[in-house]
Design a protein around this ligand. Structure first.
Ligand SMILES: O=P(O)(O)O[C@H]1O[C@H](CO)[C@@H](O)[C@H]1O
Ligand SMILES: [Mn+2]
Ligand SMILES: [Mn+2]
Length: 392
């Protein structure tokens, strides 16, 4: 039985989203944002594997842009996907490609002080047993603990903040407040926030002393569950083994995942992917997310770093594809844009590439995100979901 591998390069947009004007960075519309084109224009890229599948061709199709060094004659299945979900965030992109477009508008907290409505603050205080909270604003997680950490140690009040994403994050000291207590607080708060269509409550434990605070690796995400069955649920329900690599567990609220493979860096995740290329079970589905494009380079508007990471990933893709057997399908795609050449620090609304290995050599044209999931199910011989049509 052949296998399927769905690999997300987190934030590798290729421009051209027809509704980019309805999404903003620093109050200005995303019209014209193009992650790949702006990186390639500023920094020469060497991507023989991804471009060989059709990355440059997909870029031209999505946005009309040409990129220096890209645009080889495609040897794979290639096209570009347009998102319909009303959100340029990670869960929206992943859920839609997994067959579940998001049927609601996410709730975002305003960039005001206070940022949180009184009933939310009251609930946090009730659960934490404190007389108040610190923060209550949009903030960077490292800065907010510098600002409020000392007062937090003195009073025990949790530090609560948000961002341009649909999130409520709580930072607290691992020892003084207690790591388990923080995680329990976030877990107990999450149902109310999910009801409000806030995507995630995130525990952000830290250690250290004033002036030397640092976040620990014990972050925990309590994410709203996808509002319907995804390709992971369908595959697992049909008795197939499913592998999640990286953030996939958190993104899908840990549903439909037989084995989760995590790591401290994309290099660790690449090791998992290459190993699973050789060992994943017949008929299995492997779903991977490489987050460093987004977290380390897109949000930080680091064009050179993003370019280096793309060059590195291309060698990973080559090593991974060499492990596959005839009949296996691999699809490389992305969940949204995060143009490091753009203003602001937020994601950008863009189309994404769809590059297939193991399914012939042709253009699939412009497709929808949910067509990706439909194609994976069709390849695995599994029943279709309501959304999407296979392009295989
Ligand atoms: O500044 P930190 O705490 O890393 O926050 C970031 O992490 C959140 C979740 O990925 C994002 O919404 C952004 O706010
Ligand atoms: Mn993402
Ligand atoms: Mn991001």
């Amino acid at each position: 039985m052949s296998r399927a591998f769905l690999i997300v390069l987190d934030s590798l947009g290729i421009g051209g989203a027809p509704d980019a004007g309805e999404y903003f960075n620093d109050g200005r519309p995303d019209t014209g944002a193009n992650t790949l084109a702006h990186i390639a224009a500023a920094h020469p890229l060497h991507l023989p594997v991804l471009d060989g599948l059709g990355l440059g061709a997909a870029l031209r199709l999505a946005s009309g842009a040409d990129a220096p060094g890209l645009g080889a004659e495609p040897q794979g299945l290639w096209g570009a996907a347009t998102e319909v979900s009303r959100g340029k965030d990670t869960p929206s992109g992943h859920w839609e490609m997994a067959g579940v477009p998001v049927p609601w508008d996410w709730t975002y907290f305003p960039d005001t002080r206070p940022a949180f409505p009184p009933h939310v603050t009251a609930r946090i205080c009730e659960l934490a047993g404190t007389g108040g909270i610190f923060g209550d604003c949009h903030a960077s997680g490292t800065e907010v603990i510098e600002t409020f950490g000392a007062e937090h140690l003195r009073t025990g009040w949790p530090i609560c903040y948000t961002s341009a994403d649909s999130v409520l994050q709580i930072a607290a000291h691992e020892d003084a407040f207690g790591r388990d207590r923080l995680i329990a607080l976030c877990r107990d708060l999450a149902p109310m926030l999910h009801q409000m269509r806030v995507g995630r409550v995130i525990a952000r434990p830290f250690t250290g002393t004033p002036g030397n605070f640092r976040r620990t690796a014990h972050r925990r995400d309590f994410a709203i569950a996808p509002p319907g069955d995804t390709i992971l649920d369908i595959a697992q329900g049909a008795g197939r083994v499913t592998h999640g690599i990286g953030k996939i567990g958190d993104i899908f609220s840990h549903r439909g995942i037989t084995h989760l493979h995590k790591g401290g860096s994309d290099a660790d995740l690449a090791d998992h992917l290459i190993r699973l290329g050789g060992t994943a079970e017949p008929g299995s589905l492997t779903f991977a997310n490489f987050v460093e494009f987004d977290a380390l380079y897109g949000h930080r508007r680091d064009i050179a770093g993003y370019a280096r990471h793309l060059d590195w990933f291309d060698t990973v893709a080559g090593r991974f594809l060499a492990t596959l057997a005839p009949g296996d399908l691999a699809i490389f795609t992305a969940d949204h844009g995060n143009d490091p050449g753009w203003h602001g620090t937020d994601h950008t609304r863009e189309r994404v590439p769809v590059l297939g290995h193991g399914a012939g050599c042709r253009s699939i044209g412009l497709v929808g995100f949910s067509d990706i999931g439909a194609s994976v199910l069709s390849h695995l011989g599994l029943p279709a979901l309501r959304h999407g049509a296979s392009f295989l």
